[in-house]
Design a protein around this ligand. Structure first.
Ligand code: PLP
Length: 377
């Protein structure tokens, strides 16, 4: 089975992990700091704070900007549940704004319609690896005094008008799950240019305590203070050593993804019932996913049968995503309902994600084209 995404690990990565295992620090040591510095250098963000997962990164962002009960945060439905869940963790209310039918990115016009006196922030998801329309989102944020958060879990390496993702929103979050651009097994990062937020997040990931173990060792001190209620959202040195080693390869990873996407683009030019999503002219896409929109009605087949046929033939396609407001948790607790975001709901019926990852071979890609051609005709 060719999966929709998978990690790329080489001998250098393995050696980096083994070296940490032989060292003094397994967690909260020099590799965490190194990974953060390296990440800041790559993205151009002033501060990077590494945490246990992309979900923890989102929670940290919500904590940093002090989301609390009564606050509303506008989010898109076409995303992984964590984008909305992080608002709930803080007692806030996620408010769903529909996406653009061409790109599946949050629609700035829909966002503006959802703003109330309680709105505090907007989370845009750089879906599939394409940066949101951050210029228009920034205008809206300025007009209403809101904070912009980017869930850039899909978009490490992407750019908007020559600016790297990680420096565009007020806070940006990343995930290092194995299907993402680089991996640490589990892991995440928050980037920002705001030192107060960066410091708050560093405390929050360590129980709300103001110094970490490594710092106290250096100062030869046992004393610490817990300032706020935090969590154990730390990432360990073993993971960060892998992260550093992976980040060295990011340019190659992203360019191979772009190369594969270009081949898919060419293939779909001749397909009648399936087409890729739109890409804005001012972006450099990072292609975490390669989703296509299939007109199942015109094709005369339903998604279930196409899905199982492709899987039987060895293509591990997937669907990204079930609209978040469809989930029972949101239907029950946040009064969401089917019909509230019609564009997202229609797109959900049509979206299929095809395999894309650096290790995908041209021969496998040609096999995928052959199979798609026979199944989607
Ligand atoms: C992967 C992902 C997350 C969560 O990341 P984890 O590291 O799995 O916690 C959040 N948002 C989006 C859009 C993602 O794709």
């Amino acid at each position: 089975m060719i999966p929709y995404g998978r990690q790329y690990i080489d001998e250098e990565d393995i050696k980096a992990v083994i070296d940490v295992l032989r060292s003094d620090w397994l967690t909260t040591g020099p590799n965490v700091v190194k990974f953060e510095k390296y990440f800041s250098k790559y993205t151009g963000a002033l501060y990077s704070v590494a945490v246990a997962s992309g979900t923890a990164a989102l929670h940290c962002a919500m904590y940093a900007i002090d989301i609390r009960p009564g606050d509303e945060v506008v989010v898109p439905p076409i995303t992984f549940v964590a984008t909305a869940n992080c608002v709930c963790y803080q007692g806030g209310t996620p408010v769903f704004a529909d996406v653009d039918q061409d790109t599946a990115l949050i629609d700035p016009e829909a966002v503006e319609k959802k703003i109330t006196s309680r709105t505090k922030a907007i989370i845009g998801v750089d879906y599939a690896g394409q940066p949101c329309d951050w210029n228009r989102l920034r205008d809206i944020a300025d007009k209403y005094g809101l904070i912009l958060i980017a869930d850039s879990s899909h978009a490490l390496g992407a750019e908007l008008n020559g600016k790297k993702v990680g420096t565009i929103a007020d806070l940006s979050t990343f995930s290092f799950h194995p299907v993402k651009h680089i991996t640490t097994g589990e892991g995440g990062m928050v980037t920002t240019d705001n030192v107060t937020w960066a410091d708050r997040i560093k405390r929050f990931r360590n129980h709300g305590i103001d110094t970490d173990h490594h710092q106290r060792q250096k100062l030869a001190s046992w004393y610490y203070e817990m300032q706020d209620l935090g969590y154990n959202y730390r990432i360990c040195d073993i993971q960060c050593a892998l992260g550093c080693s992976q980040l060295k390869k990011i340019d190659g990873f992203v360019s191979r993804r772009r190369e594969i996407a270009k081949k898919y683009d060419g293939f779909f030019l001749k397909m009648k019932y399936a087409k890729p999503l739109g890409v804005h002219r001012d972006v450099k896409h990072a292609y975490h996913l390669y989703p296509i929109k299939v007109d199942f009605e015109a094709l005369g087949a339903d998604r279930e049968s196409i899905f199982s046929t492709l899987r039987e033939k060895g293509i591990g396609i997937n669907v990204h995503y079930i609209p978040v407001h469809y989930h029972p948790f949101y239907l029950k607790n946040y009064n969401t309902f089917k019909g509230m975001c019609p564009v997202s709901e229609l797109m959900y019926e049509q979206l299929i994600s095809l395999p894309i990852y650096p290790k995908l071979k041209d021969s496998e890609l040609n096999l995928i084209f052959e199979i798609l051609e026979s199944v989607l005709k």
